[in-house]
Design a protein around this ligand. Structure first.
Ligand code: GDP
Ligand code: IMO
Ligand code: MG
Length: 456
């Protein structure tokens, strides 16, 4: 297999295995900043990453696939990213897709080419792809749809997945029949055999699944050749970035804590770890190299797809948040469900991720409301429950205890510093900050980069 990561590239690198170097806890190398969703996704991670990426050397995706949809607005132009790290906009930084990501190759190139037409020049030269990343095949996407139909027929409800093949691709990975980028770029005969076996495996489960195997293999070979110059051994590449000269490394989380396969509202979740551990396993970053962990939360809550949503407002408030907030999924075009800010879930996300600061986005959407509520506790049969429940039947039944705040009824979209915000908005923000127990570092009042008030 010929990858562009060659022995020559390894010269003068800090390879611990080869040189037997010993590292102490104080010599962990560069610290990595991680940006993570603290709710059910679409919190504005793309915007926060874009802001931080202006100074980053590396911007990395560690998990998920093109189920993610991250919007970035620069100079009035709106870009949406699904597989590409949002930092690809910064022409001075390198973007990395790590081993924990599942890649649909047609989706990747379509996304890059579409954004290139909008002005994103030279993205292929700035993108590095880990050779250990798993591939999402077209049939994984078809199977995603078939599984949703099956769930609907058997249980009367589905998950409302993005149908991007994410669940089936991670299933193939976990059952050890998946194929990785290094397999595609290795012995193609071997790859073809394993691909055919994988197709057969799925066809035995879903007899209606038809796959034109030869056509798929032909296309995959072409995509592989286009990908080859971008592919590196992600572990060594990351190690080098961590231990070379001082570097600013940013990890862009996809999806969010409540969609995490372990900690989210299972089974109405995605299939990867969207919490901080995913940054370590999805890129080969030792925990000691994790520095700042920024949680992103909207000033209210949204959710796409099915599943319990205690603070959901199926009324005029929910409709106002949906229309004013343009709450439509970037990936699927579905309307997002909307409700009040649920601080129980943001605190729960903090317990798992250990946020060092919060970015509170979309405060401006609340500008017109007479009063604003915030969920502070769940009650079951009239009694407060002490934990965020694991069981979805329980979450479905909880009543929410709210704190109510007077609305500020003032346009905040032109605010650029803390003192520009009305006192009632400041009260709201301070309450949220105290309740989560994490400092709020940014407050978002609009879509573009400059609409982010930095607090410290
Ligand atoms: P992500 O998936 O977490 O990156 O978030 P999305 O891009 O899916 O959804 C967030 C949406 O809110 C995008 O359309 C952003 O442009 C927009 N947005 C982000 N921050 C703000 C903000 O502070 N105010 C307003 N009005 N829009 C924002
Ligand atoms: P970003 O990164 C919002 C949701 C889907 C569905 C569930 C499982 O933009 O915040 P999947 O296709 O992953 O198997 O779907 O997870 N979901 C998201 N919702 N934002 C996302 O990503 C999401 N990624 C997955 O709607 O309910
Ligand atoms: Mg999104």
């Amino acid at each position: 297999m010929s990858l562009s990561w060659s022995a020559k590239d390894h010269k003068n690198t800090n390879q611990p295995a080869a040189t037997g170097q010993k590292r102490s806890r104080n010599d962990a190398g560069n610290k990595v900043t991680v940006v993570l969703g603290a709710q059910w996704g679409d919190e504005g991670k793309g915007k926060v990453v874009d802001l931080l990426a202006t100074e980053a050397d590396f911007v990395c995706r560690c998990q998920g696939g093109n189920n993610a949809g991250h919007t970035v607005v620069v100079d009035g132009k709106e870009y949406d990213f699904h597989l590409l790290p949002s930092g690809i906009i910064n022409t001075k930084s390198v973007s990395l897709i790590g081993n924990g990501v599942v890649i649909h190759l047609p989706g990747l190139f379509e996304e890059g080419d579409k954004n290139e037409k909008k002005g994103l020049k030279g993205w292929e030269k700035r993108l590095i792809v880990s050779d250990r990343a798993h591939i999402v095949f077209d049939f994984h996407q078809v199977v995603d749809g078939l599984q949703e139909t099956e769930r609907q027929a058997q249980e009367g409800k589905n998950i409302g997945t993005t149908k991007k093949g994410i669940g089936p691709a991670y299933s193939s990975k976990a059952s050890r029949t998946g194929l990785r980028v290094c397999d595609l770029l290795g012995d193609f005969k071997d790859f073809s055999t394993r691909f055919k076996n994988l197709v057969r495996q799925y066809q035995s489960m879903y007899p209606s699944l038809t796959v034109d195997v030869e056509d798929q293999l032909k296309k995959l070979k072409e995509y592989g050749e286009r990908l080859r110059p971008m592919v590196r051994d992600g572990v060594y590449y990351m190690y080098e970035a961590l231990h070379g000269a001082p570097k600013k490394i940013l990890v862009e989380g996809a999806n969010a804590a409540l969609l995490d396969i372990d900690f989210g509202t299972y089974p109405f979740v995605t299939s990867s770890n969207c919490t901080v551990g995913g940054a370590c396993t999805g890129l080969g970053i030792p925990p000691l190299n994790i520095g700042e962990v920024f949680g992103v939360s909207k000033a209210y809550t949204t959710r796409v797809g099915i599943g319990a949503f205690p603070t959901e407002q199926l009324n005029a408030v929910g409709e106002l948040l949906q229309t004013r907030g343009h709450e439509v999924g970037v990936t699927t075009g579905r309307k997002r469900r909307c409700g009040w800010l649920d601080l129980i879930i943001v605190r729960y996300a903090h317990m798992i991720n250990g946020f060092t600061a919060i970015a509170l986005t979309k405060l401006d959407i609340l500008d017109v409301l007479d009063e604003i509520k915030v969920g502070v506790a769940y009650k079951l049969n009239g009694k407060r429950i002490p934990h965020f429940p694991a069981n979805m039947d329980v979450l479905q039944k909880v009543e929410v205890e709210y704190e109510t705040f007077p609305g500020w009824k003032t346009d905040t979209s032109a605010a650029r510093k803390w003192n520009d915000l009305p006192a009632k908005a400041q009260n709201y923000i301070r309450f949220v900050e105290n309740h989560i127990g994490v400092p709020i570092k940014w407050v978002g009042v609009g879509k573009s980069r400059e609409c982010m008030i930095q607090m410290f």
